[in-house]
Design a protein around this ligand. Structure first.
Ligand code: ATP
Ligand code: MG
Length: 287
């Protein structure tokens, strides 16, 4: 006769082991980067993160930009926050102690600080200066389903740290004439990071933002990018939508500010496309 107690114990042990492995795998870190300013990095990182939180995923948004737009965009005033990503870098604060919860369920933020401006100089003096964010985020593995890092508009040390900490890079491109300007340099930086620090890094996808279907130029730019980069471009295109530009001044994601807007609809569709790709990857179907 088989021993039921032993069986239960064994299976509990086995399952918890597997679960632990799954938990580790479950956290995927995505950096939103483009050294070109104003292309929709912040708008996309916070609204994609919010859409995933609404879909039931536990999500952390890391504000790695001294401008602090991702923090203020969800209603967190960086000037009033003592513990933040900068204190993680410099005072060795634990990331867990610095995370604040957003108004949306499942949505968390690791806020920025204007002091991050100085991090460029302070990190330069550190050993392994490119790996500091990776170290900061390491204890959070298994705590979240997805971590998004909002990068500043430069290829400096903060973006470099984000690329070293990330599994993949999502590149927002504004549908305008100079959209591809600087993209070659960004891709070269990604290659350099891959070669020297983070071999597994890959491009999650290119995201077309601020698309205006009444404007023939944005239409032809979008077509050109899709022709050139093919399936690396998300099918979901983010339209120019005034509600998206208004929501940060209310400290709200688009889903709190105007859930019926075309902007909210686009980020919901983007989340669906993102999840379709990533959840199948996690299950090893596409790899
Ligand atoms: P930076 O390089 O300064 O960090 P960014 O790449 O993070 O900028 P955002 O701050 O997201 O870009 O967007 C730039 C401006 O465009 C902001 O005022 C934002 O509200 C607005 N914006 C972004 N996406 C849209 C959109 N789809 N429709 C209308 N306005 C938008
Ligand atoms: Mg930004």
């Amino acid at each position: 006769m088989y021993n039921a107690t032993l069986f239960t114990k064994r299976s509990t042990y086995t399952i918890s082991d597997v679960q632990r492995e799954r938990k580790k795998l479950a956290t995927k870190i995505v950096a939103l980067a483009n050294q070109k300013g104003g292309v929709g990095k912040t708008t996309s990182s916070l609204n994609l993160a919010a859409a995933l939180a609404l879909a039931g995923k536990k999500v952390l948004l890391v504000d790695s930009d001294p401008q602090g737009n991702a923090s203020s965009g969800v209603g967190v005033m960086t000037a009033q926050i003592e513990k933040n990503i900068y204190t993680c870098y410099v005072e060795k604060d634990d990331a867990q102690d610095c995370i604040v919860s957003g108004k949306l369920k499942n949505f968390f933020l690791l806020p920025a600080s204007v002091d991050l401006v100085g991090a460029e100089i302070e990190l330069v003096e550190k050993e392994q200066r490119e790996r500091q964010l990776k170290k900061v985020l390491r204890p959070l593995h298994g705590e979240f389903d997805y971590i998004f890092i909002d990068c500043p508009p430069s290829l400096g040390i903060l973006t470099l740290n984000s690329l070293c900490a990330a599994d993949s890079v999502l590149i927002p491109l504004q549908c305008e004439y100079f959209a591809l300007e600087g993209l070659a340099q960004l891709i070269q930086t990604i290659r350099r990071v891959k070669k020297n620090f983070n071999r597994e890094l890959y491009i999650e996808g290119l995201l077309l933002t601020m698309y205006d279907r009444r404007n023939r130029l944005t239409y032809s730019v979008a077509k050109e990018i899709q022709k050139h980069f093919k399936d690396q471009v998300y099918n979901t295109v983010i339209p120019r939508n005034v509600r998206l530009s208004e929501s940060p001044s209310h400290g709200q994601t688009i889903f709190e500010y105007d859930a019926a807007s075309s902007g909210a609809d686009a980020y919901k569709r983007l989340a669906k496309e993102f999840l379709k790709k990533n959840e199948s990857l996690k299950q090893g179907e596409n790899k």
